[in-house]
Design a protein around this ligand. Structure first.
Ligand SMILES: *[C@@H]1O[C@H](CO)[C@@H](O)[C@H](O)[C@H]1NC(C)=O
Ligand SMILES: *[C@@H]1O[C@H](CO)[C@@H](O)[C@H](O)[C@H]1NC(C)=O
Ligand SMILES: *[C@@H]1O[C@H](CO)[C@@H](O)[C@H](O)[C@H]1NC(C)=O
Length: 258
């Protein structure tokens, strides 16, 4: 009779634990534990070998340019690992302004809704003379939404949702109550779109191959003065309620939508 049958029988004959039962079960448990540890180790070994083989294959097939099939994980970059180790970088707007690209020794940072991203890899775009220079060293979230790079170099999003709200047509025949309800509904929807737009840009930088998140803005003062007016270009781009039907007709089959 082997030990496993004893183990199976023991609990039935003696439901309440006793010292004699322990003397049987203990060696078995140790044995079980050993078997489990060994098989877990084996699995880890197999996984590790597969990863190593994948890295080697990737290195070979990409002619030595990547261990991760051209995917650029943050843990493959020493500076990002150091950053991760130290935790998020906290900067005030004044401190962030120093990372504006004019000092080639410093990284270039920009912020979106308080999250700071490193865009040093895009020097030509975000550095001096670049087309997105205005974003360097500041939180210009409003400009991301409105597209007005000169006027809207601020994180103040108050009223930015107007860009999505159709311009009212005073000649439209609609009860004032209904107009008000519609205006409220449209503003809610427009604010949601602003949120989506900001998130979209945050995700763009967060998941970009060469840019990465480094930290957060702190001590951002509240916007208490008058909200900015919608910039002219954004005002011109607002949808026009009167033309909604005509716009739909223009976009009817036959005319490709860009
Ligand atoms: C840009 O950054 C440099 C240092 O990197 C700083 O001396 C300069 O004042 C900054 N410019 C602005 C407008 O903050
Ligand atoms: C900005 O971030 C705050 C949290 O810090 C969040 O509550 C808010 O919804 C964000 N705004 C946008 C437009 O994403
Ligand atoms: C932010 O402001 C608080 C007080 O208003 C101050 O104690 C703190 O040191 C500031 N943080 C930074 C990073 O300047």
């Amino acid at each position: 009779m082997d030990s496993s049958s004893i183990r199976q029988r023991a609990p039935k004959s003696q439901p309440s634990s006793s010292s004699s039962e322990h003397s049987y079960s203990q060696p078995d448990e140790i044995e079980d534990a050993n078997t489990r540890v060994i098989s877990l180790l084996d699995i880890l070994r197999i996984i590790f070998t597969l990863i190593a083989v994948s890295c080697a294959l990737s290195y070979y097939l990409t002619s030595g340019s990547s261990y991760f099939w051209k995917y650029n994980p943050w843990f493959a970059s020493p500076s990002q690992v150091a950053r991760w180790w130290k935790g998020p970088l906290l900067l005030t707007p004044e401190q962030l302004a120093l990372y504006n690209g004019t000092d080639p020794e410093k990284p270039i940072y920009l912020a979106i809704n308080g999250t700071i991203f490193d865009v040093t890899a895009g020097k030509h775009t975000y550095g001096p003379g670049g087309s997105y220079e205005v974003f360097a060293g500041r939180d210009a979230t409003r400009a991301f939404v409105t597209g007005c790079f000169l006027e809207d170099r601020t994180g103040d999003l108050r009223g930015a949702e107007e860009i999505y709200i159709p311009i009212d047509d005073p000649e439209e025949e609609i009860a004032s109550g209904a107009r008000k309800t519609r205006a409220e509904r449209e503003r809610r929807a427009a604010k949601k779109r602003v949120l989506q737009e900001v998130r979209k840009w945050e995700e763009f930088y967060r998941h970009h191959k060469k840019y990465f998140e480094v930290g957060n803005l702190v001590n951002v003062s509240e916007y208490l003065d008058k909200p900015p007016v919608l910039c002219e270009a954004a005002q011109k781009g607002r949808p026009k309620r009167k033309n909604i039907r005509t716009v739909n007709e223009v976009e009817a089959p036959g005319k490709p939508v860009q």
